[in-house]
Design a protein around this ligand. Structure first.
Ligand code: T3D
Length: 258
C-alpha cells in the first residue's frame, strides 16, 4: 500500500497522497483499495481529526488507469462495485471531515473524487474535466450525483457531453471548490486550513456531516426529524458543555482533548 498512497499525520491532520505522479495519479485497483483502506483506518484513529486527499506531482488524479482496463477479468459493473463505489461511499460516510486538496488536473473518476470531499481546496493551476465521454463512457464514481447538485442539470450535462476543462476561477464561481490557493504555497495553505478545521468540535461536525448527507436525499419533514434526533446526541456531548461554558467565560472553546 505504502507506495501508491503516501500517508502522514501532522497536528491531527492525516494526509493521504495519491502517488503515481508519472501517470498523473491515474487510479489502478491497488491505489483505489489502498486509499479506501487508509480512509477506514483514519476513521478509527483517535489521533486523526481531519483527512486530506491530495496528489503527488502535477496531477490530482487522471481517473481510471487506461492501461489497466483491457484484459481485466471483471465487468465494468463488477469493477465499479469493487473499487470506486466503496471508495466514494467511505468518503461520504467517514465520521471526520475529508478535504480533497486538488493540486492539479482531476479527470474522470478523479473529478468525481475531487468533488466527493466535504471541503474542496484547489491550487490555482488545478482543473477538472468530466472526461468520460472522450472515451464514450458514462460519468461514474458519483459525478452524476455530485455535479447536478452543484451546478444544476444543464451545466452538468454540458460539462459531461463536451468534456471541457474547468479551471480554478470558474470552479470557484460554479461552487466546485471552496477556496483557491496559490500553487507555490498550496501544501502549507491546505495544512493550515485543515488544522483550523481540526480545532473545531469533532463530534458535532461528524453529526453535521450525517445530517447534511441525509438531507441531500430527504424531505424537509424528514430533515427536521433527523436534526431533532442528532441534536440530542450533540447536546449530550461534552463539546456542547465546553462551547457554552467558554462563551460564558468569554474565552475560546477548547474542543481538542487528549
Ligand atoms: O471500471 C472502470 O474501469 C470504469 C471506470 C472509469 C472511470 C474513469 O475515470 S474513465 C476516464 C479515464 N481517464 C481518462 O480518460 C483521462 C485520460 N487522460 C487525459 O485525458 C489527459 O492525460 C489529462 C487531460 C488528464 C491530462 O493531460 P496532460 O496533457 O496534462 O497530460 P498527459 O501528457 O496526457 O499525461 C501525462 C502522462 O500520464 C502520459 O504518459 P506519458 O505519455 O508521459 O508516458 C499519459 O499517458 C498518462 N496518463 C494520463 N492519464 C492517464 C494516463 N495513463 C493511464 N491512464 C490515464 N487515465
Amino acid at each position: 500500500h505504502s507506495s501508491v498512497i503516501a500517508a502522514h499525520t501532522s497536528a491531527g491532520v492525516r494526509t493521504l497522497t495519491l502517488n503515481r505522479p508519472d501517470r498523473l495519479n491515474a487510479a489502478n485497483d491497488d491505489l483505489l483499495l489502498a486509499l479506501t483502506a487508509e480512509l477506514r483506518a483514519a476513521d478509527t484513529d483517535g489521533n486523526v481529526r481531519v483527512v486530506v486527499i491530495t496528489g503527488a506531482g502535477r496531477g490530482f488524479c487522471a481517473g481510471q488507469d487506461l492501461g489497466d482496463v483491457s484484459g481485466r477479468d471483471m465487468t465494468f459493473t463488477e469493477h465499479l462495485n469493487a473499487t470506486y463505489n466503496p471508495l466514494i461511499r467511505t468518503i461520504r460516510s467517514l465520521g471526520k471531515p475529508v478535504i480533497t486538496a486538488v493540486n492539479g488536473v482531476a479527470a474522470g473518476a478523479g473529478a468525481s473524487l475531487a468533488l466527493s470531499g466535504d471541503i474542496r481546496l484547489w491550487a490555482q493551476s488545478a482543473s477538472l474535466i468530466e472526461v468520460f465521454s472522450n472515451i464514450a463512457l458514462v460519468p461514474d464514481s458519483g459525478s452524476t450525483w455530485f455535479l447536478p447538485r452543484l451546478v444544476g442539470y444543464h451545466r452538468a450535462f454540458e460539462m459531461m457531453a463536451l468534456a471541457e476543462r474547468v479551471r480554478a476561477d470558474d470552479a470557484l464561481r460554479l461552487g466546485l471548490c471552496e477556496q483557491v490557493f496559490p500553487d507555490d504555497t498550496f501544501a502549507q495553505d491546505v495544512q493550515a486550513y485543515a488544522e483550523r478545521l481540526a480545532a473545531r468540535p469533532a463530534h458535532a461536525l461528524n453529526l453535521t456531516k450525517q445530517a447534511l448527507n441525509a438531507a441531500m436525499t430527504s424531505t424537509l419533514d424528514a430533515a427536521l426529524e433527523e436534526e431533532a434526533r442528532l441534536q440530542q446526541l450533540a447536546g449530550d456531548h461534552w463539546e456542547h458543555e465546553e462551547g457554552v461554558t467558554a462563551f460564558k467565560e468569554k474565552r475560546p472553546a477548547q474542543f481538542v482533548r487528549d
